[in-house]
Design a protein around this ligand. Structure first.
Ligand code: FMN
Length: 213
């Protein structure tokens, strides 16, 4: 699992023609490494699209906290809107847009929960205030006032003045295992470059198609 905070800069795969890449993960890592250098903040921010039970799409930003050939991982509250939508329909699309590089990456695939061990390991790396916030927030439910949230935070903080904060049972992560990954790079006069990698299932070989922009 690649932790985005520890990715080392490497010779960009993209110094030449990125459309020559024959596999998407190394290309994604090279583009992310370039984004880490160029974006003003959150190069690992991605839009996460899900659908509700009526088939109506929903989208919001989340932070990608790791990726490898198994997929792209983010963390959130299980009872949140996104958590409920993923429980009912475990499929999602992701979108990275790196404005400074004029690039986007589109990802679609099936979603599975991460293991408890993975979620525990990531939760343990969060700052204590963020851990306390995860206990205090009933994400996506109505909040009567900011004060009510601050009171909830103070109560949790009082319980954990000393010692580690364990992971709340309602907080975990999900992995999107891609079946499609599309790389898009701006070119002059909107004559952009697009390549799409597809595979039938995880572990199967990727096929690559160049697309009209
Ligand atoms: C840049 C950015 C990163 C975010 N990262 C996360 C995240 O990693 N996890 C999360 O639960 N919410 C994150 N949020 C908040 C979500 O966009 C969203 O407001 C929240 O998760 C509730 O979404 P839901 O009601 O659809 O479940 C982030 C927001 C922004 C703008």
């Amino acid at each position: 699992m690649t932790d985005t905070t520890s990715i080392k800069h490497q010779t960009p795969l993209t110094s030449g023609d990125f459309t020559a890449a024959d596999e998407p993960f190394a290309l994604f890592e090279a583009w992310l490494n370039e984004a880490i250098k160029s974006e003003p903040n959150d190069p690992n921010a991605m839009a996460l699209a899900t659908v509700d039970p009526d088939g109506l799409p929903d989208v919001r930003m989340v932070l990608m906290k790791g990726f490898d050939t198994e997929g792209f991982v983010f963390y959130s509250h299980i009872a949140s809107q996104k958590g409920r939508e993923l429980a009912a329909n475990p499929k999602a699309a992701l979108l990275f847009h790196w404005k400074s590089l004029r690039r986007q990456v589109r990802i679609r695939g099936n979603v599975t929960p991460v293991t408890d061990a993975e979620a525990d390991a990531y939760f343990a790396t969060r700052p204590k205030q963020a851990q306390i916030g995860a206990w205090a927030s009933k994400q996506s439910q109505e909040l009567e006032s900011r004060f009510a949230f601050e009171q909830a935070i103070a109560k949790v903080a009082a319980r954990h003045v000393i010692g580690d904060v364990p992971r709340p049972p309602g907080w975990s992560g999900w992995r999107i295992t891609p079946s499609r990954i599309e790389f898009w790079h701006d070119r002059p006069f909107r004559l952009h470059d697009r390549i799409e990698f597809r595979r039938d299932a995880a572990g199967q070989p990727w096929s690559k198609t160049r697309m009209y922009p």
